[in-house]
Design a protein around this ligand. Structure first.
Ligand code: ADP
Length: 191
């Protein structure tokens, strides 16, 4: 089974690249951000809770996010593998994911981390905000907060996966196709 954590700061291109990769490798794409947004759109209880964090650029609490993610994995028993996009985002989430996958006899194959510098992230997110309808992409302070949360809580996961020999950094600037090629080259080296 190929289980990839596609990692990177907000605006690094995780969603875009996931869409390019899922067909080539026959993977199920699990984006916690997408799942929260569909719950927000449908007005579920989870959506209402998530919105109160997402609109500020804060993280949704770990216990909520972890149980949602586990339910999504359990809901795909025939998957050949997963791309985890936007998860894990904290050490507690990474530890919970390892334990959960272990209980199913599987594990993370690698973390592929898209590397993009901050100015480029901010301009990509503001650009996306013009058409995405995402409130969290339309306000510079919220964007800065998300990047700050990434730096303080999420970036440390590079060390977590490095310690397991699973960290792979990938240059996240260039055309969408060229970045997909870089990711594919790294994935092909793993399988
Ligand atoms: P981006 O990577 O551009 O920030 P996402 O769609 O991945 O976009 O996430 C949007 C928001 O959803 C995050 O800012 C956060 O509030 C919430 N979220 C997504 N994934 C997680 C997670 N693993 N843990 C906590 N909150 C999350």
């Amino acid at each position: 089974m190929l289980n990839i954590v596609l990692f990177g700061p907000p605006g690094a291109g995780k969603g875009t690249q996931s869409a390019c990769l899922i067909d080539s490798y026959n993977l199920v794409h699990l984006s916690t951000g997408d799942i929260f947004r569909s719950n927000m759109k449908e007005g579920t209880e989870l959506g209402t809770l998530a919105r109160s964090y997402i609109d500020k650029g804060a993280l949704v609490p770990d216990e909520v996010t972890i149980s949602m993610l586990e339910a999504e994995v359990n809901g795909n028993p025939d998957a050949k593998g997963f791309i985890f996009d936007g998860f894990p985002r904290t050490t507690a989430q990474a530890e919970a994911l390892d334990l959960f996958l272990k209980s199913k006899g599987i594990e993370i194959t690698a973390m592929l981390a898209l590397e993009v510098e901050e100015q480029e992230l901010i301009s990509r997110l503001l650009e996306r905000g013009k058409s995405s309808g995402r409130a969290d992409d339309q306000n510079r302070d919220v964007i800065k907060n998300r990047i700050q949360v990434y730096e303080t809580e999420t970036a440390i996961l590079k060390d977590y996966y490095t310690a397991q020999n699973k960290f792979v950094g990938v240059e996240g600037v260039g055309s969408i196709e060229s970045i997909t090629q870089r990711l594919c080259k790294e994935i092909d080296a793993l399988v």
